[in-house]
Design a protein around this ligand. Structure first.
Ligand code: PMP
Length: 415
């Protein structure tokens, strides 16, 4: 009746860092970094709950602060019409698409939204994904492969890089915005590869400068490559009516192969889009893993974006005000001799401090004085370029901006 005798189990000699998260050296390093930031005296500055709609102001711990930490550039998040559209969509469809669109998750609101995005940009067609980050990862990762080359701007967002890594293509980062350096690489290497992608952003998210799109279009035509523009921070913010970098430079929308944008910034929602030719969009809809094997965008998110696009078309003055406020901020900061880096004509305005600890301190000192603005430190930006990053919105008043730049200049002088 007894169980057969087995050999006593041999003890494997595996160090805990290979099978326990708390023993990961990376985790221990992270703990140290958090402790260092906390030691500056104001507790942990990450994951601070914002208690209401975040706009030109925010409520933290019951206290109202002037706020420069939101992507809500044109005030669509919290807008009555946009919120109502999301509520109506919930009434009609519920809160989830409950399936991949390819199978059973397709709703009329998805098609209306994709048509609206294509019309807004001037492309043939568009496709929406559930995340902005996921849009870049799955699109770049899917369209390019081992025989291909991706040339991406050295300041490209993490989601572009992740897509590049996933693709298995050869990768070269070209110096930021340097189309002459890019041309050298193309001249040297174009013919060695099959498909070549040039990936740039409209407005760069850490620096607030604008790519010279016409030059990149010239190169993509000359060297027969694809051109992708990530408009996360340029759609809704630049161009006379907020149609982004294409409108800003008055280019033909068909000269960019992949218009990419996020729905989490100007469009008050969550998700991303790729706009371009019918062939591109159809191919992605049937084959891109992040679309096919993922749920469709939630109906309230789709409805909120659609409403935001419609409100923007009806009220282009939001963009004009945003641009005027951003210009005011930049001009005042420059007058005060503050280092605004490369920022120009965009609502993303960095104040470059250099030292990481100083920029954390500056952010905390401003917080005490009623201004909420996050710091950016290495590895989000290069080692000696730690900064505060201000996102201006159309709802900021002239007085709020004046007060902020005055306070900022005083606090920098004290550092
Ligand atoms: N691209 C860029 C340039 C971004 O800045 C971001 C997010 N900040 C994304 C893509 C990802 O978008 P989301 O946050 O909507 O996922």
């Amino acid at each position: 009746d007894s169980l057969p005798q087995t050999e006593p189990e041999k003890q494997l000699n595996i160090p805990p860092e290979y099978y326990r998260f708390e023993s990961f050296p990376e985790y221990q390093k992270l703990q140290l970094q958090i402790q260092q930031v906390e030691a500056l005296g104001n507790g942990n500055p990450f994951f601070i709950p914002q208690e209401q709609v975040v706009n030109d102001t925010t409520i933290i711990n019951g206290r109202e602060l002037i706020n420069f930490a939101t992507y809500n550039y044109i005030g669509m998040c919290g807008d009555r019409v946009v919120s109502q559209a999301a509520q109506d969509a919930i009434e009609r469809y519920g809160t989830s698409a409950c399936a991949s669109r390819l199978i059973a998750g397709e709703k009329p609101i998805h098609r209306q939204l994709e048509q609206a995005i294509a019309d807004f940009i001037g492309s043939e067609s568009s496709i929406v994904f559930v995340g902005g980050h996921a849009t870049n990862v799955t699109t770049i990762g899917h369209l390019f492969g081992n025989n291909d080359l991706i040339l991406y701007d050295s300041l490209s967002h993490n989601s572009i890089l992740q897509g590049c890594f996933l693709s298995g293509a050869s990768l070269v980062a070209f110096p930021h915005n340097d189309f002459a350096a890019l041309e050298e690489i193309l001249r040297d290497r174009r013919e060695r590869y099959q498909r070549v992608l040039i990936a740039i952003e409209g407005v760069y998210s850490t620096d607030g400068d604008i790519a010279n799109l016409p030059k990149f279009i010239e190169l993509k035509k000359r060297y027969k490559t694809f051109l992708m523009v990530d408009e996360a921070h340029s759609i809704g913010t630049i161009g006379k009516t907020g149609r982004g970098i294409g409108e800003y430079f008055n280019v033909n929308p068909h000269d960019v192969d992949l218009w990419m944008g996020t729905l989490s910034k100007s469009f008050a929602s969550c998700g991303g889009y790729i706009a371009g030719s019918h062939a591109l969009v159809e191919y992605l809809k049937y084959t891109a893993p992040g679309f096919v094997f993922s749920v469709g965008m939630s109906p309230p998110n789709a409805a909120a974006t659609l409403a935001a696009i419609n409100v923007l078309k009806a009220e282009p003055e939001r963009v004009a005000i945003l641009q005027a406020r951003a210009k005011l901020f930049l001009d005042l900061a420059k007058e005060r001799g503050l280092n605004t880096g490369m920022s120009e004509n965009s609502p993303v305005i960095p104040i470059i401090v250099g030292d990481s600890l100083k920029s954390i301190q500056l952010s905390q000192n401003l917080f005490k004085r009623g201004i909420n603005v996050p710091f950016m430190i290495y590895p989000s930006v290069p080692q000696n370029e730690a900064r505060l990053r201000f996102f201006v919105t159309c709802n900021h008043t002239i007085a709020q901006i004046q007060l902020t730049v005055d306070t900022l200049a005083e606090e920098i002088a004290k550092l």
